[in-house]
Design a protein around this ligand. Structure first.
Ligand SMILES: Cc1ncc(COP(=O)(O)O)c(C=O)c1O
Length: 389
């Protein structure tokens, strides 16, 4: 029994998924279990679901972030990457690990993505990419953002780790950027226990990512012409062991891919349930007390988003006390716990947040609460009663 009346999450993996693994492992000849045909099958099915041409299964969403930033450094060099302070830590560490420079831009209360005016003034000739996070199932794209990327020739990278199935103008997010990253961590919309995906329509980027997923080994590329050209540039090396640049092993396994294939079949139905729950929640939340101005069109959410209107610590503590007393699990600060610029390793760099009022408000006065398939309507109503009261 869960100690919470309303827990933050319900494990996505069910008996059917476990049975698919048992069946896979029960073959007479035990299949090879590292990255193999099931991984390829999962990548193909994922591409059909999302609509992207090239898809690469990795062992976490954080790995997808890191590979993407490394591949960008490899393709167009190191430079400035614009990130929101409202995101997961891997969106920051991936930028730093790849040798880029972080540029933080505040978020807005309409879609929890960038404050567009501040974004415009942060762009300069060193800007390589805008690394957008679709926060907790809310679409972070606008036409203006897409136009800026196109006009200025800046790569858009979408972090969709919290937003599988969210749409913008009827199309799934993850289709708009140069690349998009997904997580299959157990609490997300679908799970492979641990896992992630990089999706793109760019062949060259995909090839670089293939190599970087496996230590940087060029033999992992599927483009013969790229492999041959690299081998010709390095005649002193055995073509089986050419490492493009120092990299990690981010591969997953056949077992995780089997779970992914089983989970993917159920994703749309489960997402529909999450959307219906979220609609009940947001349309009944008291607009006098909470920000309800979020643009929720196309949302696909695994969490209820609660943002207190007043910057009032007494009220905040009261909300948290009531949630706790009613057995409702919560996390303060939305994605990643609020303002990432406040983390210990940044203390000597960032200490003036006057240009970041929105993330500062979110840091102190917001929460997310679990929204999962199978969540009873009575529990949503009880949650609303607690919050609105
Ligand atoms: C926005 C975002 N990006 C990246 C990640 C990293 O995903 P993973 O936990 O699979 O490494 C998360 C994780 O929750 C996330 O919320």
């Amino acid at each position: 029994m869960d100690k919470f009346f309303l827990p933050l999450m319900n494990d996505n993996i069910d008996k059917e998924d476990v049975n698919s693994v048992i069946e896979f492992l029960s073959q007479d000849k035990i299949p090879k279990l590292t990255n193999g045909p099931k991984v390829i099958e999962f990548e193909k099915s994922w591409g059909e679901w999302l609509g992207t041409k090239y898809n690469l299964f990795v062992n976490s969403g954080a790995s997808a972030n890191e590979l993407t930033m490394l591949a960008i450094a490899h393709l167009i060099g190191e430079g400035e990457i614009i990130v929101p302070p409202l995101t997961w830590i891997s969106d920051i560490s991936s930028v730093l690990f790849a040798g880029h420079k972080l540029v933080f831009v505040d978020v807005n209360f309409t879609n929890l993505s960038f404050d567009i005016d501040k974004l415009k003034s942060a762009i300069n000739e060193n800007t390589k990419a805008i690394f957008l996070t679709h926060v907790l199932g809310i679409n972070g794209l606008t036409d203006e953002l897409l136009e800026i990327c196109e006009e200025k020739n800046i790569l858009l990278i979408e972090d969709v780790c919290e937003s599988h199935g969210t749409t913008y103008q009827g199309c799934k997010v993850g289709n708009f950027g140069f690349a998009s990253n997904f997580s299959f961590y157990f609490a997300h919309h679908m799970s492979t226990i641990e896992g992630g995906m990089i999706s793109t329509n760019n062949w060259e980027f995909y090839q670089i990512c293939r190599a970087l997923r496996s230590h940087g080994m060029t033999r992992e590329m599927t483009s013969d012409s790229m492999k041959i050209s690299i081998a010709m540039d390095n005649p002193d090396l055995n073509p089986d062991f050419i490492f493009l640049r120092p990299a990690h092993n981010f591969r997953s396994t056949e077992i995780n891919a089997v779970i992914g294939l089983s989970q993917l079949k159920k994703l749309d139905d489960k997402n529909q349930e999450r959307r219906e729950n979220f609609d009940i929640f947001i349309s009944n939340l008291d607009p006098e007390k909470y920000h309800v101005s979020l643009n929720t069109e196309g949302n696909c959410n695994y969490a209820f988003i609660v943002i207190l209107k007043d910057a009032d610590f007494t009220k905040r503590n009261e909300v948290e006390r009531k949630l706790r007393n009613n057995g409702i699990e919560f996390r303060r600060g939305l994605s990643g716990g609020g303002n990432q610029m406040r983390q210990p390793f940044f203390k000597s760099i960032y200490n003036d947040f006057s240009n970041f009022p929105n993330i500062e408000h979110i840091h102190n006065f917001s929460w997310y609460i679990g929204n999962y398939p199978g969540l009873e309507k009575e529990k949503i109503l009880k949650l609303l009663e607690v919050l609105n009261g």
